[in-house]
Design a protein around this ligand. Structure first.
Ligand SMILES: Cc1ncc(COP(=O)(O)O)c(C=O)c1O
Length: 382
């Protein structure tokens, strides 16, 4: 049986789109690279994107010789606003990349309207938002292309993995041509991934969680396991060998199983995310504006804190699995970002948020201990 075909069919059913518009890759970033390349983006072209993202996003633009042009985010939505995006368009702009941040999208229709008027392509980075919805429609269905990630902490996981949805049919022949160049995952890659998937299924229990999470972080920082990003991708603009890689059978099989449970998980995240937002609003803490809430299913809930190191330490002591994503405008690279053509001084909101953000879990069955923790530490929240 061709598991990838079955997987693509299931994905297309979830999104309510045709099966031949779905393509799968080793990681989400590879799907983005394929979309940009199919759009013919290269040297001299500009791609507009948020100054609050994962470094692998501008990497995909830079690997093609194009220039990332950053836009600051809006504090209330963590997304880019239509006016900020519009002010960055030049005659070299070829594509605008909108980002669904932790499950949240904003002003998608308005930005797409501009791209249509100007004859520019649009992509939605839905790495956090598979299965969630915006204005009653599944995330990612409005732009020319959208890409999704199925990496460890995403709405559903295949260990690592990426999905591309191609909405603009004129791009399909180029994608199909490009995909003929995809490398097959090596035996080593697949074996390591299999072991990690096994460890997560059978060994990751409440009692072993913190030990295994620390071990995983240590091993991936040493490049010994399939972590999210390799050292090369974080140290500078060096496209790793074997970057343009397809999905393995183990990922497709894992994805088919994981998708069965997705709707239940999304509902739980939506409910828990809304409860957290209510709590933050009632305690006069940073929260997301009401108008956006009915549309989203939070992958994590963004909270702002005065001292992140102390807050994360306290959470660990209370065994609360708190995330530290987006602690830099180009997560996880710290300090000077000029190699990625980003001058931090130009993006005050992205800098402010990335200095203060922690990500609260939204997938817990029992949110009681998390709320107790927040109550106890409310003076440390902004
Ligand atoms: C906003 C954003 N875009 C892109 C990616 C890349 O996804 P992947 O790790 O599947 O390549 C990530 C990774 O988590 C991300 O957070």
């Amino acid at each position: 049986m061709n598991f990838n075909k079955e997987y693509c069919l299931l994905i297309s059913k979830h999104l309510g789109v045709s099966e031949n518009t779905i393509f799968t890759y080793w990681k989400g970033r590879v799907a983005l690279y394929a979309a940009l390349k199919a759009m013919g983006i290269g040297a001299g072209d500009e791609v507009i994107l948020p100054a609050f993202t994962c470094v692998v996003v501008p990497n995909a633009v830079l690997y093609l010789g194009a220039t990332p042009v950053y836009v600051d985010i809006d504090k209330e939505t963590l997304c880019t606003s239509v006016s900020a995006v519009e002010s960055k368009i030049t005659s070299n702009t070829k594509c605008i990349l909108i980002q669904n941040m932790l499950g949240l999208s904003s002003e998608v229709d308005e930005i797409i309207d501009i791209t249509k008027k100007k004859g520019i392509y649009s992509i939605e980075d839905c790495t956090h938002g598979f299965g969630g919805s915006y204005e009653g429609i599944r995330n990612g269905l409005k732009t020319d292309c959208a890409f999704y990630s199925t990496q460890w902490n995403k709405p559903f996981s295949t260990g690592v993995g990426g999905i591309l949805y191609v909405n603009n049919e004129t791009l399909l022949p180029a994608i199909e041509r490009l995909n003929k160049e995809l490398k097959t995952p090596s035996i080593k890659n697949v074996m390591v991934l299999r072991s990690l998937l096994y460890a997560r299924k059978y060994l990751l229990k409440n009692w072993s969680y913190w030990f295994l999470i620390r071990l995983y972080r240590r091993l991936s920082s040493l490049g010994l396991v399939v972590g999210s990003s390799s050292k090369q991708e974080i140290d500078g603009i060096h496209k790793p060998g074997g970057y343009f890689m397809g999905l393995s059978e183990v990922q497709a099989k894992t994805g088919v199983k994981a998708l069965n449970n997705l709707d239940v998980i999304l509902q739980k995240r939506k409910k828990n995310g809304n409860r957290l937002n209510d709590w933050m609003r009632d305690h006069s803490k940073y929260h997301i504006k009401e108008a956006l809430l009915p549309n989203h299913s939070f992958l994590k809930f963004p909270a702002l804190v005065k001292d992140r190191i102390l807050f994360l330490k306290a959470a660990e002591n209370h065994k609360i699995p708190m995330g530290d994503w987006f602690t830099s405008p180009l997560h996880p690279v710290k300090g000077d970002l000029s190699e990625w053509k980003l001058s931090v001084a130009e993006f005050p909101i992205a800098c402010e948020i990335s200095a203060q953000i922690v990500n609260l879990p939204t997938d817990l069955d029992d949110m009681g201990p998390l709320f107790d923790f927040l109550e106890k530490h409310k003076n440390e929240l902004i």
